[in-house]
Design a protein around this ligand. Structure first.
Ligand code: NAD
Ligand code: DAU
Length: 356
């Protein structure tokens, strides 16, 4: 069996479902259930004995040790993190705690467990760290996409904390020989995405007739990957990746934010037309994010060349599925919009003046 951390969040929740469907191998899922963790994302596995959910913190060394001892996982897939850049600007402390100290705690627990394995189990063990393209910083308009050899130049408290965790993972390989893998992925989108991030926020706000807030000029560029393609990339790297290596994961879909929002509006106009008129009428320019990275782009050729992975979805097919999923899963959407969610929206957007 494998130990997954953060498996009640967006990517982790998709991964646990995908992993069990694709491999049938059981998962122990350790998640603190912060505002971003949601057991409803795992409702389809509620009666499945292959999914063991443990409510707890990756910073709790005694708990993590007990999970290694009880379940003897052959691999760890580490998603648990604070993941939202805007929240890291408002409160960086929790990002350092979970992303840096939490990864350190997990590495140390994994190393102690791994040291006690027999030679065959030791050689087969993997610690797969899930990271982000944001560690590489921001690209100019004509720069080549990030490759695995780019320097680390993180610009936000979030990306700095992820960069720190990547460095710890690298050091545990070089110093202790722990068989680690790191993947640095671009922006994911798809089902179960918490509506604080761009795409789900735009869908949820549009359906509620609320403003669609564009930071700055809306010309910042991200590379978008359908979340299920990220899950297949992780399965590929976990199975065939070389310990100590890092792999960039991306969708070859560089798009400015404004274009993304127009695409979401066009799909909603088609699938759920509003008698008041096109959803684009709700687009509202607001004050930019401090330190906002202008452009991310991923060169995923190493993963394709060495391990044969390519995304299955184009942006057009993936975004249509995503918008349809939100229309079909309004109960999930309503249930994650708790009081804490409303407090965050008030805090983040009330302070942003309308730019026009
Ligand atoms: P998310 O915020 O949706 O989920 C994070 C999960 O981690 C939640 O279930 C939360 O409860 C859990 N968690 C937080 N702190 C914890 C702790 N101390 N102990 C145990 N569990 C804890 O995040 P996501 O978007 O699913 O991202 C997952 C991972 O992928 C993160 O490491 C993130 O940096 C990385 N990543 C995300 C993206 C993206 O576009 N979302 C892209 C590249 C990499
Ligand atoms: O690149 C990978 C990263 O992608 C992950 O590591 C992060 O965990 C994930 O949150 C995401 O970070 P971003 O900051 O790129 O994602 P977000 O959805 O917050 O914002 C995407 C872009 O949209 C960014 O340029 C900011 C802009 N934006 C965002 C929000 C929430 C807006 O213009 N308006 C908004 O209301």
């Amino acid at each position: 069996m494998i130990l997954v951390t953060g498996g009640a969040g967006f990517i982790g929740g998709n991964f646990v479902q995908d992993w069990i469907a694709a491999t049938g191998e059981p998962v122990v899922n350790l998640d603190k259930l912060t505002y971003a963790g949601n057991l409803e994302t795992l409702a389809l596995l509620a009666d499945d004995a292959r999914h063991i959910f443990v409510h707890g913190d990756i910073c709790d060394r005694a708990l993590v040790d007990s999970l290694f001892a009880a379940h003897k996982p052959r691999a760890v897939v580490h998603f648990a993190a604070e993941s939202h850049v805007d929240r890291s600007i408002h409160g960086p402390g929790e990002f350092v705690r979970t992303n840096v100290e939490g990864t350190f705690t997990l590495l140390e627990a994994a190393r102690a467990y791994w040291n006690g394995l027999d030679a065959e189990a030791k050689a087969g063990f993997r610690f797969h760290h899930i990271s982000t393209d944001e560690v590489y910083g921001s690209l100019g308009p004509h720069d080549p996409p990030f490759s695995e050899t780019n320097n680390y130049e993180p610009n936000s408290p979030y990306s700095a904390s992820k960069a720190a965790s990547d460095h710890l993972v690298r050091a545990w390989f070089h110093t202790y020989g722990l068989p680690v893998l790191t993947t640095n992925c671009s922006n994911n989108y798809g089902p179960y995405h918490f509506p604080e991030k761009l795409i789900p926020l735009m869908i949820v706000n549009a359906l509620a007739g609320k403003p669609l807030p564009i930071y700055g000029d809306g010309q910042q560029i991200r590379d978008w990957l359908y979340v299920k393609d990220h899950c297949s990339a992780i399965r590929t790297v976990l199975t065939r990746g070389t310990p100590g290596e890092t792999y960039n994961v991306g969708g070859w879909n560089e798009k400015p934010n404004l274009e993304i929002v127009h695409t979401v509006c066009a799909l909603l106009d088609e699938l759920k037309p509003d008698p008041a008129g096109s959803y684009v009428r709700l687009i509202t320019y607001v004050t930019d994010r401090p330190g906002h990275d202008r452009r991310y782009a991923i060169d995923a050729r190493k993963l394709e060349r060495e391990l044969g992975w390519r995304p299955a979805e184009t942006f057009e097919t993936g975004i249509r599925k995503t918008v349809q999923w939100y229309l079909d899963n309004q109960t999930w959407v309503r249930n994650v919009q708790s009081g804490a969610y409303r407090d965050w929206v008030a805090k983040n957007y009330a302070e942003r003046e309308r730019a026009q």
